[in-house]
Write a protein that binds this ligand. Sequence first.
Ligand code: SF4
Length: 236
Amino acid sequence: MERLVLARMADGGPEVFASIQGEGVSMGVPSTFVRLAICNLRCAWCDTAYTWDWKRFDRAASTVTLTPDEVAEAVRGLAPRNVVLTGGEPLLQRRQLAPLAERLKGEGYRLEVETNGTVGPGPLGELVDQFNVSPKLAHSGNAGLRRIVPAVLQELAATGRAWFKFVVASPADLEEVREVCRAAGAEPGRVVLMPEGTTAAVLAERGRWLAEACTREGYRFSTRLHILLWGDRRGV
Ligand code: SF4
């Protein structure tokens, strides 16, 4: 059976952990997170660069490979019944994720996938309860990379199970948010905006004007709970 490449924790084990969903439409829901390694984008402010940046991090030390059964066993060892497949970009491993998703769905788990919206869900499509799609805006950097793929965004929107989540750094980003939503066919009511920032002070300052913009334009607002509660720490 094909193996999944996950991020590796300092203790050598896979990054599978229980916490609360820190952002987006499920914010606050107790969840088990499964962090996949590897990403096709290179966001300047990425807070999980250890999953893909092999210039800064040693790949062998930063990743671990497991079978879908081994990942399912790690998930069963934790209490939450909402499972979030995150990354990196988890849909790059969609084929290997399908057997894991089948097992977990068969055992009554609810599945969310966090994705940058550049890779379609493939065989995972019907197995996922909620796609948290986070298209990357120009401020992410990603020069020369295809960070917006309208056909994939439309495919995800058409499932009726996708929420579009944007990290917004300045008011000027809002026009780009509108453009991407038009390209995706995403209604404002399925769009969540959250401030960019890795400290409580920055989140509060940017959150204030962003909340006003959401009120005006009909988007949902989300902060980043895990930053407010624990700062920029890993595995919480
Ligand atoms: S898409 Fe996500 S994981 Fe990939 S570089 Fe950007 S923020 Fe990091």
